[in-house]
Design a protein around this ligand. Structure first.
Ligand code: RRO
Length: 307
């Protein structure tokens, strides 16, 4: 059988299929629906310093080949995360990556300091600098290379665990943000968060999202994600984790060929939380059919017409 392990920073994961933040709760909600020990890792919903209710409804709408959300960083806050969730991560059989978000460098740093002060059982942080749905919740960092580098280096100083910066596609030049995160000491980058979108009901003439704009996800954004992963992986030396509209093993293969070392399944989890398992089965079948010995050798192997 092919070797499907992948290495990111100092961690080797049993496979490259992760569950994406915001689509898998805190990893503990669906034990009867899916065996999470089959995943390479799970990334939990963004955590802020204080608990947050999130935005008023409507905050989710289905769109062609995808959906728009404007949840607004609804979460339990770091104190409850470390007291109620983290202890349970000791024996769920799957590495947990904690996604964090903040409105200032101090907020991100405090979340990391609190988490580092306990036995959290997490293996690292995915730092959300790309939430499109709150005025001050990270995207101001993710659209600015200087702020990205500064924030990354402050978090880097506070933890020896994995630091993964989650990038936004809603920027002019994603490569410059990626390079800034790498310069700040990130172990890896994940790309992409959701793409700004809007939906209107022609009968009521109303916006279908309370905040007017939200984050578009699902198969509709797969080509955007692929292009971002390809650009970023050519710009930096650290591993890239591909996200955006992945629903099948074929999608996962495309992301790996584009340059992803691992992939995250997001929106597809709403239809079936076990999508990651079928993606993994598809991926293994593909490797066997293609006579490919390791996932690692496929990373970035896309043939393009121009270099
Ligand atoms: O909570 C959200 O509205 C949200 C977040 Br934190 C994010 O990172 N991406 C997104 O599409 N929605």
């Amino acid at each position: 059988m092919a070797d499907i392990t992948v290495t990111i920073g100092k961690h080797t994961f049993q496979n490259p299929v992760f569950a994406a933040s915001g689509t898998f709760g805190y990893g503990l909600e669906n034990p009867d629906l899916v065996d999470i020990s089959a995943f390479g890792a799970i990334v939990t919903k963004s955590i802020t310093r204080q608990p947050r209710e999130g935005n008023p409804p409507p905050r989710i709408v289905e769109t062609p080949s995808g959906m728009i959300n404007s949840i607004g960083l609804s979460n339990i806050g770091v104190d409850k995360y470390v007291s109620d969730m983290a202890p349970k991560y000791a024996d769920i059989g799957c590495p947990v990556i904690m996604n964090i978000a903040g409105s200032s460098e101090d907020e991100y740093c405090e979340i990391v300091e609190i988490t580092e002060s306990v036995n959290s059982n997490i293996i690292g942080y995915e730092v959300n600098i790309s939430c499109p749905n709150v005025k001050h919740g990270g995207i101001e960092f993710g659209v600015n290379a200087e702020l990205t580098e500064s924030l990354t280096s402050k978090i880097r100083k506070r933890t020896g665990k994995l630091v993964i910066m989650k990038l936004s596609p809603n920027v002019t030049d994603i490569r410059s943000i990626a390079k800034a995160a790498e310069a700040g000491g990130a172990d890896a980058l994940s790309a992409i968060n959701t793409v700004y979108g809007m939906s209107i009901n022609p009968h009521t003439k109303k916006s279908e999202i309370y905040t007017t704009y939200g984050g578009l996800s699902g198969p509709a954004i797969k080509p955007v994600g692929l292009a971002c992963v390809h650009k970023v992986s050519l710009a930096v030396d650290v591993p890239v984790i591909g996200i955006g509209g992945i629903t099948s093993g074929k999608d996962a293969v495309e992301y790996i060929l584009a340059g992803a070392s691992a992939i995250q399944v997001g929106t597809a989890n709403y239809r079936d939380p076990a999508t990651g398992i079928s993606i993994l089965d598809d991926l293994k079948r593909y490797l066997a059919e293609q006579n490919i010995a390791t996932v690692a050798e496929m990373i970035g192997m896309v043939e393009t017409y121009e270099s």
